[in-house]
Design a protein around this ligand. Structure first.
Ligand code: NDP
Length: 340
C-alpha cells in the first residue's frame, strides 16, 4: 500500500520514508520545493517507482494537499516548523492550518485512506521547566505554553511558542476527527516523542543546518564553544528517544489496528547534559575536529521530566529502545564523517 509522508525531507521523516520503503510500502513524500527533494530522491533511488516526491509549496492553503492525498492508503503528517522563529504565528499557523488543510483534503479526495498518523510532540504534553520532578502520560496536555504565548507573544521563549503550536495542532486534529468520524473510513493515531536524537540521513551540510534537536545536541555535547558552562545549564534535564525508534513507531502506528484513536508517548529515558557529556568522554568516539567539552563532572543529578510509556508498550508492542551509547556513537560517526 501507499503512504503519504509530509515534510519528507526532514530529520525524522527521512527515516520514516526509508523505513516504509524497506518494509515494502510505496511512499509519496511532500516537500516545499523541488530542490528540497533532491537529496531524498538520491537516498531512495534503489526503491525505483515505489518512491515519488510531490511539491506542496504552502501547506496552509486550502486545498494544498488535494492532489497529494489522491490514491494513497495512509498518511503520516510530519511537516511543522520547529527551528527558532520570532513570531509565534509562524509556528502556529503552519502547524494548525497545515493539519486542518491536509485533513480537509483527505475528507474530499482521500477515499482510500484508512489511517492518519499525526506527529505531535511531548511538547503537547508537558510545559518546559516544570517546578518539580514528575512523570507524565498521554492523559496530560500542555496548555501552559498556549497561555504563555497569549500573554507574552513574541517575548515568549521559542520553547513555549513551538509547544503551543504542537498542542494547538494536535488538539485541532482530534477535534476534526471527532467531528467527522461517523462519515470517514479513516482513523487517527498520534505520536508524541520527546527530544529526538541519533544519526541522520536527511540533507545536512553544516552543523548550522541540522534540524533543531540535533543542533541543540551538537552544541551541548560536541561543541566546546557552545557547550554550557554553568551548573544550572549542565543539570537541565528532560527525556529523549532515538530517531530510529521514532520512525519505527510511525510505521507500527500504521500497522496496529488497536492503535486507533490513541496518542502514544515514544520515549527512551531521561538525561541531563552532563550525563551525555560524561558518556561522550567515556566512549571511544571517532576523532572530531574539536576536543569534546568536559562540563563539570560529578554534578548532582535530578531528572525533572519522565514519561510513562506503558501505552506504547501494550498497544504498539514497543518494549525496547536504543540506548544512549548506541545513539551517541552513531551520531558521532555521522559528525566525524563530515569532518565537523
Ligand atoms: P525538521 O526541521 O528536520 O523537519 C521539519 C519538516 O517540516 C521539514 O520538511 C520542513 O520543511 C517542514 N516544515 C517546517 N516548517 C514548515 C512550514 N512553515 N510549512 C511547511 N513545511 C514546513 O524537523 P524534525 O524532523 O525534527 O521534525 C519533524 C516533526 O517531528 C515535526 O512535526 C516536529 O514537531 C516533530 N517532533 C520533533 C522532535 C525533535 O526533537 N526533532 C520532537 C517531537 C516532535 P523545510 O525543510 O522546507 O523547512
Amino acid at each position: 500500500s501507499k503512504v503519504l509522508v509530509t515534510g519528507a525531507n526532514g530529520y525524522i521523516a527521512a527515516w520514516v520514508v526509508q523505513g516504509l520503503l524497506q518494509q515494502g510500502y510505496s511512499v509519496r513524500g511532500t516537500v516545499r520545493n523541488e530542490e528540497k527533494g533532491k537529496h531524498l530522491r538520491e537516498l531512495c533511488k534503489s526503491f525505483g517507482e515505489r518512491f515519488e516526491i510531490v511539491t506542496v509549496e504552502d501547506i496552509t492553503k486550502e486545498g494544498a494537499f488535494d492532489d497529494a492525498v489522491k490514491g494513497v492508503d495512509a498518511v503520516e503528517h510530519m511537516a511543522s516548523p520547529i527551528t527558532e522563529i520570532e513570531d509565534p504565528e509562524e509556528y502556529i499557523k503552519p502547524a494548525v492550518n497545515g493539519t486542518l488543510s491536509i485533513l480537509t483534503s483527505i475528507l474530499k479526495h482521500g477515499s482510500k485512506i484508512k489511517r492518519v498518523v499525526y506527529t505531535s510532540s511531548c511538547g503537547a504534553i508537558t510545559s518546559p521547566n516544570p517546578p518539580e520532578p514528575a512523570t507524565y502520560s498521554e492523559k496530560d496536555w500542555n496548555t501552559t505554553s498556549i497561555k504563555v504565548v497569549e500573554e507574552q507573544g513574541r517575548q515568549a521563549t521559542p520553547h513555549h511558542k513551538y509547544r503551543a503550536s504542537k498542542t494547538l495542532a494536535e488538539r485541532a486534529a482530534w477535534e476534526f476527527y471527532e467531528k467527522h468520524k461517523a462519515e470517514v473510513e479513516w482513523d487517527l493515531v498520534v505520536i508524541n516523542p520527546p527530544m529526538v536524537y541519533g544519526p541522520f540521513i536527511h540533507a545536512v551540510t553544516t552543523p548550522l543546518n541540522l534540524n533543531a534537536s540535533l543542533q541543540i545536541f551538537y552544541a551541548h555535547v560536541f561543541s566546546p564553544t557552545y557547550s554550557p558552562k554553568s551548573e544550572e545549564a549542565l543539570k537541565a534535564s528532560t527525556s529523549w528517544v532515538d530517531v530510529r525508534d521514532v520512525a519505527d513507531a510511525h510505521i507500527m502506528a500504521l500497522q496496529k489496528e488497536k492503535a486507533s484513536g490513541h496518542r502514544f508517548i515514544i520515549s527512551c529515558d531521561c538525561y541531563d547534559w552532563q550525563e551525555w557529556i560524561d558518556l561522550a568522554n567515556s566512549l571511544a568516539l571517532p576523532t572530531l575536529s574539536s576536543p569534546l567539552p568536559k562540563g563539570i563532572p560529578g554534578l548532582e543529578r535530578l531528572y525533572m521530566i519522565k514519561y510513562d510509556t506503558t501505552q506504547a508498550k501494550e498497544i504498539l508492542g514497543i518494549t525496547k529502545y536504543r540506548s544512549k551509547e548506541e545513539s551517541l556513537v552513531d551520531m558521532a560517526n555521522d559528525f566525524a564523517r563530515r569532518r565537523w
